[in-house]
Write a protein that binds this ligand. Structure first.
Ligand SMILES: *[C@@H]1O[C@H](CO)[C@@H](O)[C@H](O)[C@H]1NC(C)=O
Ligand SMILES: *[C@@H]1O[C@H](CO)[C@@H](O)[C@H](O)[C@H]1NC(C)=O
Ligand SMILES: *[C@@H]1O[C@H](CO)[C@@H](O)[C@H](O)[C@H]1NC(C)=O
Ligand SMILES: *[C@@H]1O[C@H](CO)[C@@H](O)[C@H](O)[C@H]1NC(C)=O
Length: 596
């Protein structure tokens, strides 16, 4: 069961190899064609926050990336969990279209990535078809293990050196597996140092091959340290019993740093009143002992990130030495964000709050403005389209995202045409990764299944979500930047209006209909959802949709987003009405069904 589809994918290796030969551009040594495809270096950390200020402690990343490139301050992941987020990143698809929604089978992990057919349909494969050599080191996916790495091998890589489960998150006992070779244990060496050596080695290889290259580098910092055993997980209990979380472990030379640093004490840090909805709203305020431990956990994250900072410094030194900076784009991002103590949450991710979904993205490269901060809304789903465009390769009709404007003049040009929303979704459990304090503290919380959206423009800034138990959340981040007042909780008094003098319920109805489209959207509907509701094209954004002539359409006629039950994976029949079968559309002043 676990490896169904493996044989199909193994068969596809051949066609990948053939495609590579066909796509290869003959660039003889020394020949310098006028417009050589740019090289791309992609650095992907694990669980790095933007909102807990981790970037403030990384001087070399600041020097080489933020100061020399553009930071995308509204960059979002769409599922705040490593494996689903990475599969979405490399395929350009929302998790509801990959159906890789978890870290391990049956709903996720490397075996699910393979059985869904993506081992021959993801970014490195397409880049090879476009003439690139492709290199990767570090963590690719969860449940990519010392037992299944060759069943089949991950497709699309010219050379690879993967960090494998169950040793992925053991900072002092990493196991890597190079090309077709068996895994090697690096017991006693720090994972951050091992990966830096491997990254530099792959860069040397890429340069020697004298072809445009993509180099992916995925260190494990600042993820928590996890001592795990291999498990044939089918039940969250298996996961819980086979893993032990502790704070991340830095390299010796970084252990002494940041002794006085604490998690930023923002207004939503360990608040006096409960916040949010569902299980979050039931959390107890943390004791001083708990807060002290979490501050330690936070410092350990900053310390492990120092290894990444040094790796970035080392890379730029080599890129400069090889004289490649003029024709290389460097991306720096992470798979998902992280919270520690906000809304009383223990260290972890998997939530829809800004800490978990709004994450670092920095890009440096030819034509990219130095020291710029861009405020366009971008997501991980947009990265595969962006990189293919840089490679000069054709885009794909089934992408759920669209290329991110990178160069200054493209950025200045985008504001009105680009999407203003992010589709956020989650299935399954949330884990507390720190120490458990109190007798009733839980490592895993089930029913952490929800659909949500973020929508941001000059005039508005909302987070709206529906949970699988049908609780709702709405934050107006313009007036409540720390998401402390859930305007849809029965204990909160909702305001009379939310936006443009339009009644509260009427605005909420629009947000709900937008989520109704987004929660099962495919391809262009994911970037142009209003078009699905208004095919005439007269509504491009939330502002347009607020027109009072659409009140009935949104408030009275549309089906509402709801779940029939909580599931651990994407089972359509648990997820209530679907837009494709139950949605209404509006055209030229009349509902579509009155025209047709
Ligand atoms: C380190 O990893 C190797 C396998 O790569 C394993 O045999 C060994 O038991 C591990 N050591 C510890 C302390 O977990
Ligand atoms: C700016 O946008 C216009 C209209 O979409 C387009 O024709 C033009 O090529 C764009 N310019 C750049 C530099 O992207
Ligand atoms: C999870 O949701 C289901 C309904 O879908 C409910 O029966 C169950 O009690 C919930 N479990 C918890 C722990 O809240
Ligand atoms: C997603 O995968 C699960 C597990 O294999 C399966 O039960 C479910 O039907 C799939 N969902 C969709 C929408 O294909």
């Amino acid at each position: 069961m676990r490896f169904s589809g493996v044989t199909i994918a193994a068969g596809l290796h051949l066609s990948v190899a053939l495609a590579r030969d066909v796509g290869q551009k003959p660039l003889g040594a020394g020949s310098k064609p006028a417009a050589r495809q740019p090289n791309i270096v992609f650095i992907l950390t694990d669980d790095q926050d933007l909102h807990l200020q981790s970037l403030d402690y990384l001087p070399l990343i600041k020097k080489h990336l933020s100061s020399q490139g553009t930071s995308y301050k509204r960059h979002y992941c769409t599922t705040a969990l490593c494996c689903p987020s990475r599969v979405s990143l490399w395929t350009g698809k929302q998790a509801h279209n990959t159906n890789v929604t978890d870290v391990s089978p049956p709903y996720g992990g490397y075996p699910k990535f393979v059985s869904q057919g993506f081992n021959s349909a993801y970014l490195p494969v397409w880049l090879q078809e476009a003439g690139y050599n492709t290199y990767y080191t570090g963590k690719l996916f969860n449940a990519h293990t010392v037992a299944n790495y060759d069943a089949p091998h991950a497709g699309g890589w010219t050379a690879s050196d993967f960090l494998l489960d169950p040793y992925t998150y053991m900072y002092l006992n990493a196991s890597f597996q190079r090309n077709q070779d068996p895994p090697i244990s690096y017991e006693g060496q720090h994972s951050g140092d091992v990966i830096a050596d491997k990254a530099y080695g792959l860069l040397d290889e890429a340069v020697a091959a004298d072809k445009p290259f993509f180099l992916g580098i995925a260190p494990v910092a600042p993820h928590s340290n996890v001592k795990a055993t291999l498990f044939e997980g089918n039940h969250p209990g298996d996961f819980e019993n086979s893993v032990a979380f502790t704070a991340p472990i830095p390299a010796k030379r970084h252990e002494h740093l940041f002794k006085d640093v604490k998690v930023p004490r923002t207004p939503h840090f360990n608040p006096d009143e409960p916040q949010g909805a569902n299980w979050v709203r039931k959390l107890k305020q943390q004791s001083q002992e708990n807060v002290d431990y979490n501050d330690h956990f936070y410092r350990q994250r900053l310390r492990t990130l120092q290894s990444v900072d040094e790796l970035v410094g080392g890379l730029f030194k080599r890129l400069a030495k090889y004289n490649l900076l003029d024709n290389t784009f460097v991306f720096y991002t992470t798979d998902n964000g992280y919270h520690i103590g906000q809304h009383r949450l223990q260290p972890g991710k998997e939530c829809g709050f800004e800490e978990d979904i709004n994450i670092p993205l920095i890009v440096r490269g030819p034509g990219v403005a130095a020291g710029e901060v861009a405020d366009v809304v971008t997501t991980h789903i947009d990265l595969a389209p962006t990189i293919l465009e840089l490679a000069g390769a054709p885009s794909r009709a089934d992408f759920d995202g669209e290329a991110i404007p990178l160069r200054k003049e493209e950025l200045d040009n985008t504001t009105t045409l680009r999407h203003e929303h992010v589709t956020v979704e989650y299935w399954g459990f949330a884990a507390s990764e720190g120490k458990l304090f109190g007798d009733d503290a839980q490592r895993m919380v089930l029913n952490n299944t929800y659909k949500a959206l973020r929508i941001i423009s000059k005039g508005y800034n909302f987070y709206y979500s529906v949970w699988c138990n049908n609780e709702h959340e709405l934050y107006d981040l313009k007036t409540d930047p720390y998401q402390q007042r859930n305007l849809l909780h029965p204990d909160e008094k909702s305001p009379t209006t939310l936006l443009d003098g339009v009644a509260f319920d009427k605005v909420v109805a629009r947000l709900d209909s937008l989520l109704f489209v987004l929660k099962s959207c495919k391809a262009q509907t994911c970037t142009r959802p209003w078009q699905a509701l208004h095919p005439a094209g007269n509504v491009q954004n939330l502002h347009d949709a607020l027109a009072s002539r659409f009140d009935d359409f949104y408030v009275a006629e549309q089906k509402r987003v709801r779940y029939d039950r909580c599931e651990l994976g994407y089972l359509v029949d648990a997820e209530g009405p679907q837009f494709e079968t139950h949605g209404l559309v509006y055209r030229h002043g009349a509902r579509w069904d009155e025209w047709a």
